[in-house]
Design a protein around this ligand. Structure first.
Ligand code: AMP
Ligand code: MG
Length: 338
């Protein structure tokens, strides 16, 4: 199939038509590019799983253009959901709520709950409005690879497999949405993302951070969300994440680095790794920059002949929790503390 590339406002009706017709569309969001289809159309949703090579039990997130749509797809919406929507939507926050029957089990990976969010991207909100259907969209990468933050990254993975991609520029946030489960008390953080845990706590108070955020799942352990058990974000070469004070992590990497290895490091430490394939994560204190860069850095190594990758890990404050989670998952939790 030919993958059409859309770029201008004038293309919005054509892009919306793809969704209405049950097709697959790459959509820009503030977090990462998504692979969208009509969430209520089982055949269309099946296409998402096939194009990505995604396991059937890994649920999708519904993207809606207005908070009023929540009641169409969710049952027993608690007042906290509206408080959160008022404060953080449109934005990088996904809420897990009980689903209504209209949402197919294929979309939710067989679960009786559904994840919903309103993305903060003008073009995509307009596309969804014109399509007039909720859009199921996981990240637009091949399953297991780093998420795409630019249209060309998504094309690398999806060219010929989907009907179109809307190029809305580079993603402003760069990591996926924060996922909070509101069907349990206290609410549970299932995935750290573009909205910080601290921001969520300011509205919800106590939040349990799921173990899978910081630790590798053990053999036979049942995850809260099916997606948690799968390999994620990984470049082809094995990754070791080094956590600790930045001077110390840089020193550790310098001592262990071998010819042919690659490095993901903070801007300030790049001169130490001259002569090695290096990707800059961003300045030590600039977590926004690190979030924007983390997937690009991981993806860049796939076109470089590196045999192993060492990465400096940020602390877990603010967006650091999401950045360190993506690095650790890319590393299959091969983590060194120094
Ligand atoms: P992706 O956008 O590729 O990161 O995939 C969507 C993420 O949302 C996956 O990690 C899913 O496990 C998670 N997710 C979606 N719906 C649910 C749900 N109903 N319960 C728990 N997690 C969910
Ligand atoms: Mg994904």
């Amino acid at each position: 199939m030919e993958t059409k590339l859309f770029k201008s406002e004038h293309d919005i009706p054509a892009a919306a038509e793809i969704l209405r017709q049950g097709g697959l569309l790459g959509i820009p969001t503030e977090t990462v590019y998504g692979l969208g289809a009509n969430a209520l159309d089982e055949e269309a949703v099946k296409g998402i799983f096939e194009a990505k090579g995604r396991p059937q039990d890994n649920p999708l997130i519904l993207h809606i253009p207005h908070v009023d749509w929540l009641e169409r797809y969710c049952e027993n919406v608690p007042k906290e959901a509206y408080l959160l929507a008022e404060k953080f939507w449109p934005g990088p926050l996904t809420m897990i709520l009980p689903k209504k029957d209209i949402v197919p089990l294929r979309t939710t990976g067989g679960l009786s709950t559904v994840g919903v969010r309103m993305p903060d991207h003008r073009l995509t909100l307009e596309i969804i409005r014109q399509a007039d259907v909720p859009v199921a969209a996981p990240s637009g990468n091949t399953s297991g690879r780093p998420s795409p933050t630019k249209a060309e990254h998504m094309l690398e993975d999806m060219q010929g497999k989907i009907h179109g991609i809307f190029d809305g520029g580079a993603c402003r946030v760069g990591v996926e949405s924060t996922i909070v489960d509101l069907t349990v008390t206290p609410p549970r953080l299932l995935r750290p993302g573009g909205l910080s845990l601290e921001d969520l706590q300011s509205v919800l108070g106590e939040i349990v951070v799921d173990k899978a955020v910081t630790e590798k799942m053990k053999e036979g352990e049942k995850p809260r969300a099916p997606g948690m058990k799968y390999r994620h974000y990984a470049p082809k070469a094995p990754v070791t994440v080094v956590c600790g004070e930045p001077n110390k992590t840089a020193e550790y990497i310098r001592e262990h680095l071998q010819k042919g290895n690659g490095v993901i490091c903070f801007t300030e430490f790049a001169p130490l790794f001259e002569g090695y394939a290096t990707q800059i994560l961003g300045e030590v204190s600039n977590k926004h920059q690190q979030a924007q860069r983390v997937f690009d850095a991981l993806r860049a190594f796939d076109s470089l002949p590196v045999t192993a990758i060492y990465a400096q890990c940020p602390d877990t404050e603010g967006l650091g929790l999401a950045v360190s989670n993506r690095l650790k998952k890319a590393a299959g939790f091969c983590v060194v503390e120094v």
